[in-house]
Ligand binder design. Structure first.
Ligand code: HEM
Length: 439
């Protein structure tokens, strides 16, 4: 092709919307993808500029890995900055590097396995509620219950026993805003602000008490308070701690809840896969508190979670902004352009996935190579890849192994599921499922 034949701009969608700001973003993008393919532009009226979308793994690799220094965090992060200040998910450059260095050791496997008790107790509480429902023959609201359970896990992991003191002090569940308000609007921002004030109070108290954990086990507030940067010897200020704590809550709660919600939706509609999972779990001794190593031995359980994350990646779009111009998909992307990658579309790309719309956990049997080719990236890739990946999978496996010993879950209808695709990919309506007690 001669230089003059190279199209200067990728095709433009005739629809105009701000990706991730309207619930039907994903439905619209499915239509656009079918029409325009791997590279296209959408005009975003809210910003008065174009969003460039790239769905080919080669472009994903360039954005996230080989040329990642040319990309800043993008518009998706502008939206959450108001809530999370300069926490690790929003921050950039030297400050981000330092925060990642400080936080990374707290996600070491040795620490994660100590969270087994918290995860197991939260599952026991969920199962106690499910036992009551099962006794009355009522279906369970899996969506709400996964949200309640995962918020409990993340809060206990961060604050230890201070969670109870915080609830007692505010006379209500101060964290309910995170599970009750799905709109990220002004009302949410107001309630969230009250929450950060409360967190600030507990950060200050802990510091005054020398950073000792609240309870017998180490908790993240203590670990983060006592963490020191190897290079400078400095720790985090109260403001930095508040930003990192709210970041961990927001990054770790809804994503994990969504993974489990989608996993049950898929298992509920695929009795054979569920039967294979139950058989694997039955063949293993029921440990009171399963260790990380032991859960990782659940081979099929791992495949099920990977496949659920392929079909319904909770972080369904990843946004970046070019610093200098770059070439993606054969097009020259100008500097300061919003660039979106969507794991949802990459994970269903017909050139890389056979039978892409089907739930087939066995497809991951052959190993991890797809991840290296960046055809699979539920936890992103490169420098900013998810710090909580191993924790999320550990939570998922403990949950599956505890529930599966007691119940089989069945969908109560065959209605097609509708998406709510805002910052995270959720089901628009809660999913109700029937519990079948196992003999
Ligand atoms: C199934 C569950 C989860 C999914 C699908 C998920 C997905 C992701 C993705 C895609 C990113 C990268 C975003 C980007 O590149 O712009 C990310 C980053 C991050 N995640 Fe997760 N996540 C999950 C669970 C967790 C948990 C449990 C935690 C912590 C408790 C966590 C903490 C973080 C943090 C702190 C970052 C920012 C990392 C950085 O920029 O250095 N995530 N996650």
């Amino acid at each position: 092709m001669t230089a003059s034949a190279v199209p200067a701009l990728p095709p433009e969608s005739d629809q105009q919307f701000d990706v991730g700001s309207t619930e039907d973003s994903l439905d619209r993008m499915r239509g656009i993808y079918a029409q325009l393919g791997d590279a296209y532009r959408i005009y975003a009226p809210g910003r008065g500029s174009h969003t460039w979308v790239f769905n080919h793994p080669d472009d994903v690799r360039r954005i996230l890995i080989t040329n990642h220094r040319n990309y800043a965090k993008g518009v998706g992060f502008d939206r959450i900055k108001i809530l999370l200040g300069n926490g690790i998910i929003v921050s950039e450059g030297e400050f981000w590097k330092r925060q990642r260095r400080l936080l990374q050791p707290t996600f070491h496997r040795r620490i994660l396995t100590q969270l087994g008790g918290i995860i197991t107790r939260a599952n026991a509480a969920c199962l106690a509620r499910w036992d009551e429902k099962a006794a009355r023959g009522e279906p369970v609201n899996v969506t709400d219950d996964m949200s309640t359970m995962t918020i409990e896990i993340i809060l206990r992991m961060i604050f230890g026993d201070d969670v109870d003191a915080m609830a007692a002090e505010s006379g209500e569940n101060p964290f309910a805003v995170l599970t009750e308000e799905s709109e990220r609007d002004l009302k949410f921002a107001y309630r969230f602000r009250k929450l950060t004030t409360l967190i600030g109070k507990y950060v200050a108290r802990r510091r005054a008490a020398g950073g000792q954990p609240a309870g017998e086990d180490p908790d993240y507030l203590s670990m983060m308070l006592l963490a020191r940067d190897k290079e400078s010897g400095d720790g985090m200020s109260d403001k930095e701690l508040i930003d990192e704590i709210t970041t961990l809550i927001v990054a770790g709660h809804e994503t994990t809840a969504s993974m489990l919600n989608w996993t049950w939706y898929l298992l509920g509609g695929n009795p054979e896969a569920q039967a294979r999972l139950l058989a694997e779990i039955d063949a293993k001794a029921d440990e009171p508190i399963p260790s990380l190593e032991s859960m990782e031995e659940l081979h099929y359980g791992n495949l099920v979670l990977q496949e659920a994350l392929r079909l319904y990646p909770p972080v369904w779009v990843i946004s970046r902004r070019t610093i200098e111009p770059d070439v993606l998909g054969g097009y020259t992307v100008p500097a300061n352009t919003d660039v979106f990658i969507s794991p949802f579309f990459v994970h269903r790309h017909p050139d890389f996935w056979q039978d892409a719309e089907r739930f087939l956990p066995e497809r991951f049997e052959s190993g991890d190579q797809d991840r290296k080719r960046l055809t699979y990236l539920p936890f992103s890739a490169g420098a900013h890849h998810c710090i909580g990946e191993t924790l999320a999978i550990y939570e998922g496996l403990i949950h599956l192994s505890k529930v599966a010993r007691r119940y089989r879950l069945r969908r109560i209808d065959n209605e097609p599921v509708e998406f709510e695709a805002l910052i995270n990919l959720r089901t628009r309506k809660p999913i109700f499922m029937r519990l079948e007690p196992r003999a």
